[in-house]
Write a protein that binds this ligand. Structure first.
Ligand SMILES: [Zn+2]
Ligand SMILES: [Zn+2]
Length: 444
């Protein structure tokens, strides 16, 4: 299914920037996810940062990218790379990123394609385009610059998930640091992002205006809850995203509840193997290896049945939208000793949200009563409000561009805090070009 017809659906301006560096959000400017940001200067040097989609209901796609030779993909979440196959097959764009991001991308694209056909939403690329995209990868190590015309590009560790990068973009006149999805706090898998002096900082504002709970207390509350359910003879189901969250949860269970019988199911199993093949991306490779050999990986139908007797099941999907977690839920729901522990936000129109608001989940197309207790824990690996503000200060950024954010709830308090600290703040809007460096906008 083709959504784009060349030249007609793009918001990208036809003129060349007059001077300096211009950016243009095709998506992700004033929304969470769906990222695609074009950079261009007066010499027509172009670069695209990320090209994702938002797997919401219905999904959202960035505006059509103009012809661009190179794109940097910050990390392997679908809201940052979901549309890359279209880019590669239509513009022959090369994808630049870390080795682990490249390795995981293939699985994310196949999964995205599968989900789009199950849920019946259109995708502008097909399976053959995945092969083109795989060939388009150009791998870069962290902290190793490469030339892009007269710009110098460098990937830096972003925290968030293994392989995730911030992009440092240096033109002859300006330094720009783009956070991607980032966190300055350590997680079980990753080390927190470190600030770097820059002129302009693009920062993801997902958690603007919101502070994370104290992590130690949150973990303690989680650990006690899991133990309580197990003591009372129940099984805990933990729906978790495959890419990052599954492994973080298993590592915490291994560290704090090593006596429990923990089973792991879903795509997170293959991703853990890939992460272990790239120890350079991990905070503590040995800790992941030992957590992984400790938990029981579900790999067959009989394993799955056996897992129903486990103390804890960690499984995709993270928001109870299909995946083995639905299979488990459909069986565990019959015994009210069992409980569901979410480890993150449940988006609108997902099974998880429906459970939280109505006590029901759609199972095999049918609204099904779930009489189980549930609780939500915050194991986010996005920087919270304070982390974002502190990071911008430590980068000594003259101007801060807040993107990947909810423009109504999250961005205003963040913009206020950043302005108070003396930064010039940009509030980008999808489809509107802005110039960096002169502090005011010349919109198109
Ligand atoms: Zn994101
Ligand atoms: Zn992400």
């Amino acid at each position: 299914m083709v959504l784009y017809s060349a030249g007609r659906t793009t918001s990208y301006p036809e003129d060349t920037p007059e001077k300096g560096l211009r950016y243009h959000p095709l998506g992700g400017g004033d929304e969470v996810g769906n990222v695609g940001i074009m950079f261009e200067n007066d010499k027509q040097t172009r670069l695209l940062l990320d090209y994702g989609l938002a797997p919401t209901h219905p999904p959202r796609y960035p505006s059509e990218a103009p012809k661009v030779k190179d794109a940097v993909i910050t990390h392997s979440h679908v809201d940052h790379l979901g549309m890359a196959p279209w880019l590669c097959s239509n513009h022959r764009t090369l994808l630049h990123g870390t080795a682990l991001t490249a390795q995981i991308s293939e699985m994310m694209w196949y999964d995205c394609h599968k989900v789009s056909s199950i849920e019946g939403y259109p995708l502008a690329w097909d399976k053959r385009d995945i092969d083109t995209a795989i060939d388009a990868w150009r791998i870069h190590d962290f902290d190793t610059p490469w030339d892009h015309d007269d710009w110098k590009l460098t990937l830096r560790k972003a925290g968030h998930i293994p392989g995730a990068a911030m992009l440092n973009l240096e033109t002859p006149d300006r330094k720009v640091l783009i956070s991607g999805d980032f966190d300055t706090r350590d997680s079980p898998l990753t080390t927190g992002a470190k600030p770097k002096k820059t002129d302009t900082l693009f920062v993801e504002g997902t958690y603007g205006g919101r502070e994370h709970p104290n992590m130690e207390q949150e973990i303690q509350r989680f650990v006690e809850h899991v133990q309580r359910v197990v003591d009372e003879g129940g099984t805990v189901l933990i729906p978790a995203f495959a890419n990052g969250r599954t492994q973080d949860v298993v590592m915490r269970l291994h560290k704090f509840l090593p006596h429990l019988n923990v089973h792991v199911d879903g795509m997170g199993k293959r991703i853990a193997k890939m992460q272990m093949n790239h120890p350079e991306t991990l905070r503590d490779p040995a800790a992941l290896r030992s957590a992984w050999s400790w938990c029981k990986r579900v790999s067959s139908k009989s394993d799955r049945k056996r897992a129903l007797e486990a103390d804890v099941i960690v499984s995709t999907s993270g928001m109870l939208q299909g995946g083995p977690s639905i299979w488990y839920l459909n069986r565990l729901r019959h015994d009210t000793k069992n409980q569901i522990l979410f480890t993150g936000y449940q988006a609108k129109a997902t099974g998880g949200r429906q459970l939280q608001s109505e006590g029901k989940v759609k199972i095999f197309g049918k609204d099904t009563e779930i009489p189980l207790e549930w609780e939500t824990y915050s194991f986010s690996t996005h920087a919270g409000h304070k982390e974002i503000v502190d990071f911008a200060a430590a980068c000594e950024a003259e101007e801060v561009v807040i993107y990947h954010t909810d423009p109504v709830h999250a961005r205003p308090p963040l913009a206020e805090a950043l302005e108070k600290n003396g930064h010039i703040v940009h509030n980008p809007v999808n489809g509107i070009s802005e110039y960096l460096g002169d502090g005011f906008s010349r919109s198109h």
